[in-house]
Design a protein. Structure first.
Length: 284
């Protein structure tokens, strides 16, 4: 890995394949570490200890700041800003901290912002995530794999997001919340408490139903019936969250998704997002 731009053979005008391609208008810090086939487009800025793995591409006007490590085959579109200082008045910009760690095959569309950590664990994104224009991931967040954040979806600091989560346009998550695996927030909705796995929010700060469509698409059709029973224990029996977890474990522990849901409930220190009160649910 290096930051030396590709040079052209005067006779063939063929780029040297052993060096990254860096547009002459881009700035790349000498501390940066780029894989041989990285492409850095016009007017991009790479500051500090930034590591870019094989196949990464910065389209144009992208801004990256270290400490930042990105895996392979990530694409960053214009005006995205990754690894910059957290929006935290208590944080000193002179503190390098744990920075940001990003996995493989992620797509960051126009004006996405991801902020570095304030604590000892980096802001972390997994693999195969797709963040659309103006999406925001705040400091100290942990994002799983194969998530989709639509335009202007935002999560505040210290949020944990499981795999295959969808945040529709304008959705928001308050700081320190957890968003369970295969859950979904509808457009312009927000939560202030944990969102259990496999559920969908389509009322403001309320769970409306299971995320049945998402479960089907991901091969969990056979789990929908037991999950609906678990959903009823949580939201339609008047049980406390710990008691609901006990009932799910007692009656539905043979289903692995129900067991996962019960474990999430047991560790929901902030409480869970409340039910919308509607009896309308998708049919399995």
């Amino acid at each position: 890995m290096n930051t030396t731009p590709k040079t052209l053979d005067p006779s063939t005008q063929t780029p040297d394949p052993t060096l990254p391609t860096i547009h002459p208008t881009a700035f790349v810090d000498p501390l940066a570490n780029l894989a041989d086939d990285v492409v850095v487009g016009p007017y991009c800025i790479i500051e500090g200890r930034v590591t870019l793995g094989p196949g990464c591409k910065l389209v144009a006007h992208a801004c990256l700041k270290g400490p930042l490590t990105m895996g392979a085959d990530n694409t960053v579109y214009p005006f995205a800003c990754l690894g910059y200082d957290p929006q935290d008045r208590k944080f000193s910009p002179d503190t390098e901290g744990a920075g940001t760690v990003i996995g493989d095959r992620n797509v960051f569309r126009e004006s996405v912002t991801i902020h570095r950590a304030t604590a000892t664990h980096p802001t972390t994104l997994g693999h195969d995530n797709y963040l659309m224009a103006n999406a925001h991931v705040a400091h100290d967040c942990t994002i799983g794999n194969d998530c989709m954040f639509a335009n202007s979806a935002v999560i505040a600091g210290h949020v944990e997001v499981g795999d295959k989560v969808i945040l529709a346009g304008g959705a928001g998550v308050q700081q320190f919340c957890r968003v369970g695996r295969l859950s979904m927030l509808s457009g312009n909705e927000g939560i202030t408490k944990d969102l259990p796995p496999f559920c969908i929010v389509h009322h403001t700060k309320r769970v409306g139903s299971l995320n049945v469509i998402g479960l089907r698409r991901n091969g969990y059709r056979d789990n929908i019936k037991p999950l609906q029973q678990a959903f009823d224990f949580i939201y339609k029996t008047g049980l406390t969250t710990p008691k609901a977890a006990e009932q799910i474990e007692q009656h539905l522990s043979d289903d692995p998704l129900c067991a996962e849901l019960a474990e999430f409930l047991r560790t929901a220190d902030r409480g869970i997002t409340q039910y919308a009160g509607s009896d309308t649910m998708y049919s399995a």
